[in-house]
Design a protein around this ligand. Structure first.
Ligand code: PEP
Ligand code: MG
Length: 541
């Protein structure tokens, strides 16, 4: 069976298909015959959940230490709380209903009760924990482990859609390709596929019974083949081999300079989402990290990551990059990037809503914790800090005040940090483009986030696949915005890079070089292809 979709990253994948099982967020109330047997089912699930929590506790203890691990211990204790257990048993018994429903209702009731304790901040904060732990029990009751991806061998992952919080939980070494029914070219799953250098398709209407069958993904032509014939398998294996040959040729560019035929140089850095991506950065010989999407450290965590946990992540990246530049972007949560432990509320227009720097300037406590971690890590390598979603000079001044306060704090505690840490902002809103002349006076560098800049300039939701056909990052308005930003940045003494996906588009490499762009930060897998493009340009012509 051959299905058509849209390829968002090229390449061929051949392997077994594994369909991602979404957790059902809407829990249905169902009558059961035997309430006592249902109570037993609940107890068995609780034991399963406790075992998962114990495993997580041990893993966290090794990776982030006692403080980070304690959360999982407290979740285990919640599952032993008599009030909680009795409430669930009582609902099952008196209403003769399913355990999932009883757990969900008790979880909601307790969370509401905790949230109402306005004079006790500690208990208020437990509202998210009780929900989290209840969801874990429900997930065990529904037959799932921690993740909805049950593959045991490297497989082609088929899903309705994947939220960033789901992709961070995946065992990436088992994913050969992403294929989704929904999703868009600039969704984070697509970006992840580019980082991992694996083919990805969107808008493929695959049948539910594809699970376990053989499959071929053709990321170039946007095709998914289920149950391929021997001929198809042979043809695609040959194409895969050709790709590998091309890849081998690019590998020969390792160690070479990013220089045009007439001698103009440019920096090519890589984008990462966490410590695990650094190996790919090095394998592809990037000159630095131009965008560390730090929110993935938050998405990969069951609670706000502590200063210590963040410090360790940032320090590890800085140390591994051994003196090469590492630009850490501060928290960019909101819109599609949500975490369970931080209730961002429902918004009419989340992309235009409470996100990124807006959250940080509102929740200065969270912001300061992150800035402390970044500054402390700056003593171990060459770190720059960058702020997302900027719209005004006032915002930047306020950020600089807060950064100064944090520096003072660290100084008074005798904690080492880079006093001259380079600071930059993302240019990803039209307002920041128009204000770029003034903004350049305030910072050391700009990094143009073309993914959001395209969305906001063209007024096209980057998550909406129905608009993919008009979502054109080559639109002259975007190219003019980039040109204006580079010109104004340089006028004010700031260097200017591009870290959005457009930076990796080799059909524009020459245009960017002519505009005077100083740096391109791309998915690790695209570094050598962009180097290849740079080396073929002759600006003297
Ligand atoms: C961008 O908007 O171009 C960008 C790099 O940030 P993100 O994709 O993480 O929003
Ligand atoms: Mg962005």
């Amino acid at each position: 069976m051959e299905l058509k979709g849209k390829g968002v990253f090229g390449g061929i994948a051949i392997g077994r298909i594994s369909v991602y099982q979404k957790r059902d967020n809407v829990i249905k109330r169902k009558r059961v015959e035997d309430a006592e047997a249902e109570i037993q089912r609940f107890h068995d699930a609780t034991e399963g959940a406790k075992k998962q929590l114990q495993d997580l506790y041990e893993k966290a203890l090794k990776e982030v230490g006692e403080n980070g691990a304690m959360l999982f211990e407290s979740h285990q204790l919640m599952l032993e709380d008599l009030d909680y257990v009795e409430s669930i048993e009582n609902i099952i018994r008196t209403e003769t209903v399913n355990a999932e429903y009883a757990v969900a209702r008790t979880g909601d009731n307790f969370a509401e009760m905790f949230a109402a304790m306005t004079d006790n901040e500690y208990m208020q904060a437990r509202a998210a924990d009780i929900k989290d732990v209840s969801n874990r029990v429900i997930s065990v009751l529904q037959g799932g482990g921690g993740s909805g991806f049950a593959a045991t061998e490297p497989s082609i992952l088929l899903a309705d859609d994947l939220a960033p919080s789901e992709t961070v939980q995946l065992d990436k070494s088992l994913v050969l390709s992403f294929v989704t029914r929904h999703g868009s070219t600039n969704s984070h799953t697509s970006i992840l596929a580019r980082t991992m250098n694996i083919p990805a398709l969107i808008t493929v209407d695959f049948p539910d019974d594809a699970d376990g069958k053989m499959g071929i993904v053709d990321g170039y032509d946007g095709i998914l083949i289920i149950d391929p014939t021997e001929e198809q398998l042979a043809a695609y294996r040959e194409r895969q081999e050709k790709d590998r040959e091309k890849e081998r040729l690019l590998q020969e560019l390792k160690g070479k300079e990013n220089v045009t035929l007439d001698g103009t140089k440019i920096n090519i850095y890589a984008n990462i989402g966490g410590v695990k991506d650094v190996a790919d950065v090095q394998k592809n010989d990037a000159g630095g990290i131009g965008l560390f999407r730090s929110e993935f450290v938050y998405l990969d965590s069951d609670d706000f990551p502590t200063e210590e946990a963040q410090f360790k992540a940032y320090r590890t990246v800085a140390e591994n990059m051994a003196g090469k530049k590492v630009i850490i972007r501060t928290l960019d949560l909101g819109a599609d990037k949500k975490v369970d432990y931080f209730d961002l509320g429902n918004e009419e227009n989340p992309a235009l809503g409470y996100r990124a720097i807006r959250i940080c300037l509102d929740r200065v406590d969270i912001f300061k914790t992150q800035l402390r971690a970044i500054l402390r890590a700056s003593a171990f390598g060459k770190i720059s800090v960058m702020f997302p979603m900027i719209i005004s000079v006032d915002e930047v001044r306020r950020i600089k005040e807060i950064l100064e306060e944090v520096k003072q704090e660290l100084q008074s505690q005798d904690l080492p940090f880079d006093k001259d840490i380079e600071i930059g902002i993302m240019i990803e809103t039209p307002a920041s483009v128009f204000m770029s002349e003034e903004l350049a006076e305030e910072v050391d560098f700009f990094s143009i986030g073309t993914n959001d800049l395209t969305q906001y300039t063209l007024a096209i939701d980057r998550q909406n696949p129905r608009l993919d056909n008009i979502n054109d990052p080559h639109h002259p308005a975007i190219l003019r915005a980039i040109e204006m930003t580079v010109k104004n940045g340089h006028k004010g003494g700031a260097w200017v890079g591009i870290c959005g996906e457009l930076g990796a588009d080799t059909t524009l490499t020459e245009t960017f070089l002519r505009m005077g762009v100083d740096e391109l930060s791309v998915s690790p897998s695209r570094v050598l292809a962009v180097r290849d493009a740079v080396r073929k340009v002759d600006l003297s012509k």
